[in-house]
Design a protein around this ligand. Structure first.
Ligand SMILES: *Cc1c(COP(=O)(O)O)cnc(C)c1O
Length: 391
């Protein structure tokens, strides 16, 4: 019997047929654009259904298929597609399920490019979105209209970690025939499995933890075989937004160490949080698996772990204090993204015009940290000297 659900089996073996490539331990990068056929009948069959065999790398490719099998198994999904970015996965998943006149309910403040799609791209095609505070299930109930086709979730989100009760939303949507999509980038399939909770499609930015080394941009979308085929036949082949074989290979490589990296990062994050919580310049630490977190019970119920993202609300009267702190960090770099080996910090005030900064706004004083693979003491010492530089 194949131990399909076993993590080590998925990461080390599933999808890999080493007899086909000289028993090489690492799979080959099938760097080809097209595949040759001996018989017209075979060619005809693939023209009719490109999801059935290798024809052209904009569609299927053997290296990408190894990755797809592993990622689908991790998500407990029938199938998955890998895109050239998380943003592509978001766009394809939503676009495939709406048409002119349809309505979407989205959790408020989703990932930036999900929000831009809802606000700018989809209204041009007559598709409008209502945002709801996703912490209360009643808000979804109230927002659903007769023409609602998609409920878009992100749990937790990647700034304040607001959660949605995934089982409750899935149940509500099922009853109304609405497709549910959840951005699972924060948790990865190791710490949260939305499909097991009844969500129809789960996506993540593979740029973050799956790649894990800040050198690939990619996205994953998982769901039923029928849904993945529909999206492959339309959005993926039409937009040509699939991942490349080389990037797929890097993601397979990243996956091998995902559990070890998340383990290390989870432990280091706890240590950094313990330090931050006692620092007088820190008003609040926001982290979903902290006992003081507003939705701690729900987080415990639907997540088996939390990653290296956390947010502090810094005590500051002026923006300069936050700027000085961030610019004084010597090892923790200021950059977007996360999930790599390197620790990062990003202040919310970078998205606020200096004359608009208001210290009374808690959000303006937020700084998001990503804890990477460094020694936790090294990171704490860096944060300590940066706080000391402020006064
Ligand atoms: C980064 C990110 C995305 C987008 O992924 P890309 O790979 O950058 O396109 C989507 N959702 C969340 C929560 C992210 O952090």
């Amino acid at each position: 019997m194949m131990p399909d659900n076993d993590l080590s089996y998925i990461l080390n073996e599933l999808g890999e047929d080493r007899e086909q490539y000289f028993r090489a331990i690492a799979p080959p990068i099938m760097q080809t654009s097209n595949f040759a056929f001996k018989r017209v009948e075979e060619l005809r069959k693939v023209f009719e259904d490109e999801y059935s065999n290798y024809l052209y790398t904009r569609g299927l490719n053997p290296t990408i298929d190894i990755l797809r099998k592993k990622l689908a198994a991790l998500d407990r999904a029938e199938d998955c597609l890998v895109f050239n970015s998380g943003a592509s996965a978001i766009f394809a998943s939503v676009f495939a399920n709406v048409q002119s006149g349809d309505h979407i309910v989205s959790v408020k403040k989703p990932y930036t490019w999900a929000q831009k799609m809802f606000d700018n791209a989809l209204p041009r095609f007559g598709v409008n979105t209502t945002y709801v505070d996703g912490t209360q299930i009643e808000n979804f109930e109230r927002a659903i209209l007769p023409n609602t086709k998609v409920i878009y979730l992100e749990s937790p989100n990647s700034w304040d970690y607001a959660l949605q009760d995934l089982r409750a939303v899935a149940e509500l949507a099922r009853a109304e025939g609405i497709v549910t999509i959840c951005d699972n980038s924060y948790s990865t399939p190791l710490f949260q499995k939305p499909i097991e909770m009844g969500i129809d499609m789960v996506l993540q930015s593979a740029t973050k933890y799956i790649g894990g080394h800040s050198d690939v941009v990619a996205g994953v979308l998982s769901g039923t075989r029928d849904m993945m085929k529909k999206i492959f036949d339309n959005e993926l082949l039409n937009m040509g937004n699939g991942v490349s074989p080389f990037n797929a290979w890097l993601l397979i490589r990243g996956l091998r160490t995902l559990p070890a990296r998340l383990d290390r990062i989870s432990q280091s994050t706890r240590k950094v949080i313990a330090y931050l919580q006692q620092h007088p310049m820190v008003e609040e630490v926001i982290f979903p698996l902290d006992e003081g977190f507003a939705q701690y019970e729900l987080a415990r119920k639907q997540m088996t772990g939390a990653c290296g993202l956390l947010t502090i609300v810094m005590r500051a009267k002026k923006m300069d204090e936050i700027v000085t702190f961030c610019e004084s960090l010597r090892h923790i770099m200021m950059a977007v993204s996360w999930g790599g080996y390197e620790s990062l910090a990003i202040p919310r005030c970078a998205s606020v015009q200096p004359d608009q900064f208001d210290a009374a706004e808690r959000e303006h004083r937020m700084i998001r940290f990503y804890i990477g693979l460094e020694e936790p003491d090294y990171l704490v010492a860096d944060i300590e000297q940066a706080f000391a530089a402020v006064h």
